[in-house]
Design a protein around this ligand. Structure first.
Ligand code: KG4
Ligand code: ZN
Length: 334
């Protein structure tokens, strides 16, 4: 069978990334240009600056990726691009670059949902086995998804309010941890103890999540401690918060695996870089005989290798877009 090379483009937030992946699983070359240093001056991603930086960098990153792979556009079979969800100005840059390449080089254009990309980052570790449960934890999403086969996404639960990454970033701000908050709260949690009585978020029989309550609990806790003139033990807050988040994610995911009688679990999205989540799931899945896959840390957060991988499976399913492909700030995977 002929090898298929997909060139993926990702620009939905603050990373300009291009990657070439062979047959959906073998990464040939990836370039990720992060704007994090620029946005950290503002305490978060500034959409207007992000889209301008994508405009400045996109052609450079495409060229760099092809050079790194020692390939030309003639070697590429199709172009996959994140069309949503994300920051609209940022998405537009990637989508327009992909449409242009597709038009000039006469290659099929494959639209990829950003969350499908995060899920398929796991294919770069080992070929996903079905049926599986995917726990998606990112800055914008927290979902439990059942997949019976490639590109068949069935939502079995999700957050009713904040995404878990969003909550990490908010907690970071409240305890004065600089942007990017999530990874730093994670690090801090290992220096502290689980001493604060934070609630276990939405501990019910559903597969839904709710993180706004624990976020408010942290905000109230900090305000109360300040009013009483007490010292704020950031490490202990980070540890208590992370313990609750890990506990509820583990509890509901493991129950879903049992109820759906599934032996394969994948974790996806930026928050899958979290060491508490990784360590806890590795341990419990070993005990329960579950085949667990988590992307390598560099493919947990936004990158184009995951888009190229998802793009390959979309391509095989005949999901091809026209030159009128629109970027979408919000779009459901289901
Ligand atoms: O998937 P991603 O790169 O962007 C979205 O698609 O949303 O995820 C970014 C989110 C941010 O909220 C960031 O704080 C969080 O992932 N994050 C982490 C860690 N690394 C990234 N949260 C907790 N612990 C981490 N180690
Ligand atoms: Zn993402």
């Amino acid at each position: 069978m002929k090898d298929i090379y997909i060139l993926g483009i990702e620009s939905s937030c603050d990373e300009t990334s291009v990657s070439i992946v062979k047959n959906g699983c073998d990464e040939i070359a990836t370039v990720v240009l992060s704007q994090m240093d620029t946005h950290s001056n503002f305490g978060g991603v500034v959409p207007e600056i992000a889209s301008r930086m994508h405009v400045e960098n996109i052609t450079i990153v495409i060229e760099e990726c092809l050079n790194k792979a020692k390939m030309s556009m003639n070697d590429i079979d199709a172009i996959a691009v994140t069309y949503g969800p994300g920051l609209i100005g940022c998405l537009l840059v990637g989508v327009n670059a992909a449409i242009t390449l597709s038009y000039i080089y006469n290659k099929p254009l494959i639209p990829v949902h950003h969350i499908a990309g995060h899920i398929y980052a796991n294919n770069l570790v080992s070929k996903m086995e079905f049926p599986l449960i995917a726990l998606v934890v990112s800055g914008g999403h927290t979902d439990l998804i059942y997949m019976e086969d490639d590109y068949k996404f069935k939502k079995i639960g999700g957050t009713l309010d904040d995404a878990v990454g969003e909550c990490y970033d908010k907690v970071a701000r409240v305890i004065n941890v600089p942007y990017p908050g999530g990874p730093l709260v994670d690090k801090l949690s290992y220096k502290g103890k689980d001493t604060y009585p934070l609630p276990l978020p939405l501990d019910d029989n559903s597969y839904n999540f709710s993180f706004s309550g624990i976020k408010s609990a942290v905000i109230n806790l900090v305000h109360n401690e300040i009013q009483r003139g007490n010292e704020i033990r950031k490490e202990d807050i980070a540890c208590s918060f992370q313990s609750r988040v890990v506990e509820i994610l583990t509890k509901k995911t493991m129950r879903a695996l049992k109820e759906y009688n599934v032996k394969n679990l994948i974790i996806a999205g930026g928050v899958s870089a979290n060491s508490g989540i990784r360590n806890n799931f590795i341990e419990i899945c070993k005990e329960e005989g579950i085949n667990l896959t988590i992307p390598n840390i560099k493919y947990c957060t936004d990158n184009a290798a995951m888009i190229a991988s998802a793009g390959y499976f979309a391509y095989k399913k005949g999901i091809i877009a026209g030159f009128d492909l629109k970027a979408k700030a919000t779009v459901s995977l289901f």
